[in-house]
Design a protein around this ligand. Sequence first.
Ligand code: HSE
Length: 320
Amino acid sequence: MEEIRIFAPATIANVSCGFDILGLCLDTVGDEMVVRKVKEKGIKITKIIGQDLPFETLNNVAGVAGLALLENIDIDIDFGFEIEIYKNIKPGSGIGSSAASSAGAVFAINELLGKPFSANELIFFAMQGEKLASGSAHADNVAPALLGGFTLVRSYDPLEVIKIDSPSELYATVIHPQIEVKTADARSVLKQQVSLNKMVVQMGNLGGLISGLYTSNYDLISRSLHDEIIEPDRSILIPEFNEVKTSAIAAGALGAGISGSGPSIFALCKGEASAQKVAEAMSLVYKNVGIDYDVHVSKINQQGIRILKDIKKTIENIGD
Ligand code: HSE
């Protein structure tokens, strides 16, 4: 294979009670990337459509993640890669924009090399892109992008990521008020110490959520979607956060919270009809106060990044 076209999905990190360790993969929103082998060694970003992002390999998350992979190959390769990125996910939206590019780059390069690396290794390389983007090498967006479904980072050192089963009827609604919140800024407002009481509540909810996901116990999922630690400090960065969250739950969502580092707000729902109703309720809050937004309803994407067949289509669809 000389060239590959992929869909690199958006993701929701934290999922209320799993700061930096829990994430899920979306289906209906994501970037496309084309990666091809070229004579020149190394990695070149040759095209970025849809967003204004750096082309220099060392300043681009896809470039840095790809280089982390190439540095770990134990055979000598006499070719390099060029990467085209067609962005639909807005940077600073809270649905894993940098993760999609980082994970997409390492997935595609690994495919073009004949898959020498395991999924866990790819997660590690993609985390280097996240480090460039936010100063922290968190895996809770890149892991669900690469593995699909819900993922839990059981340990960062050594890295161990577990894919979590989830009910087939589970849907996510995610609304993005059109402001940008940089992950680094959203991390800088967090306290570095957590009280023992809060830790007990958060651990109970995380365990409950994982158990509810495995057993399709929607009531348990609903009771567990609660963030004792991060949400109180970060929600002030998000316009109308409490109103949007309350409206989502009143409209039937199992629970709602900040998507990743925000400003997007997510809700989990049982069934697509419920998720659509919740999308309308959340949208209404922003409509009423005149804030522009994007809203997405998506099944949980169990596959993660996928290979697309027709390379030309990306170029036609997203514009050139
Ligand atoms: N866990 C990370 C954070 C996700 O909340 O900062 C960033 O998308």
